[in-house]
Design a protein around this ligand. Structure first.
Ligand code: 13P
Length: 242
């Protein structure tokens, strides 16, 4: 399976952030390698400009959220069709920050994933347990419930990202064995061929060992994706010829 290294910029980045993409492309000496997919999900304000300028350099551009409906009276929201029109190829749905900050339930996440598919885009569906849930031995149950509730029924491509909430932005990560166990479990509950990403404090120093785990098919990177000097070695760490 071709690894997918995705950067989630969250609410970071002004127009001037295009310099980081240009620095990344320079490091690739012009074009990203074709044995791995590289994706950047900037804030919505940057999607159209980035997609117009960089998609043919083999960096794909994605969104961080969408509304489930196509259009209508939803002030401030953006639909999957609008994101497709702006040039996005993927949409992250159900990130834990949206589940927590916006009260998104698995039902809502599934509707958003369906919206991405309806617009011809690939949803990256996020799941993950809190620290309390892991300490209570409930991590597999919680993630299992999230998968049951959030995954759309489809024959089209989806991506699933396992992001333990307690590992996001903290510098903490599960043990390699715990990541492997969770990914084996997610593999057993997802359609064949689904790429499974790990996210949560992926850095240049740990990317190689995480990306080498069976059933880890890429990474969803927050903080370290904002800077080409950190993101490039993570992209390079994915197995392949690069
Ligand atoms: P960090 O890489 O900053 O821990 O963020 C992970 C994340 O939430 C990506 O979606």
């Amino acid at each position: 399976m071709k690894p997918l290294i995705a950067g989630n910029w969250k609410m970071n980045g002004l127009q001037s952030a295009k310099q980081e993409i240009e620095r990344l492309i320079e490091k690739f000496s012009g074009a990203a390698p074709d044995d791995r997919d590289v994706l950047i999900c900037p804030p919505a304000t940057l999607i159209a400009g980035f997609a117009a300028n960089y998609s043919d350099e083999a960096i794909q551009i994605g969104a961080q959220d969408c509304h489930p409906e196509t259009s209508g009276a939803h002030t401030g929201d953006v639909s999957a069709e609008m994101l497709a029109d702006a040039g996005a190829a993927f949409i992250i749905v159900g990130h834990s920050e949206r589940r927590a900050d916006h009260g998104e339930t698995s039902d809502i996440v599934r509707a958003k994933a369906q919206a991405a598919l309806r617009a011809g885009l690939t949803p990256i569906i996020c799941v993950g347990e809190t620290r309390e849930e892991r300490e209570a031995g409930e991590a597999l149950n919680i993630v299992g419930d999230q998968l049951d509730g959030s995954l759309p029924e489809t024959g089209a491509e989806i991506v699933v990202a396992y992001e333990p909430v307690w590992a996001i932005g903290t510098g903490l990560t599960p043990t390699l064995e715990d990541i492997g166990d969770m990914h084996d479990f997610i593999r057993s509950k997802t359609p064949e061929g689904t790429r499974l990403l790990y996210g949560g404090s992926v850095k240049p120093g740990n990317a190689g060992e995480i990306l080498a785990i069976t059933n880890v098919n890429g990474a969803l990177v927050g903080g370290a994706s904002l800077n080409a000097d950190d993101f490039y070695p993570i992209i390079k760490a994915a197995p392949g010829a690069m």
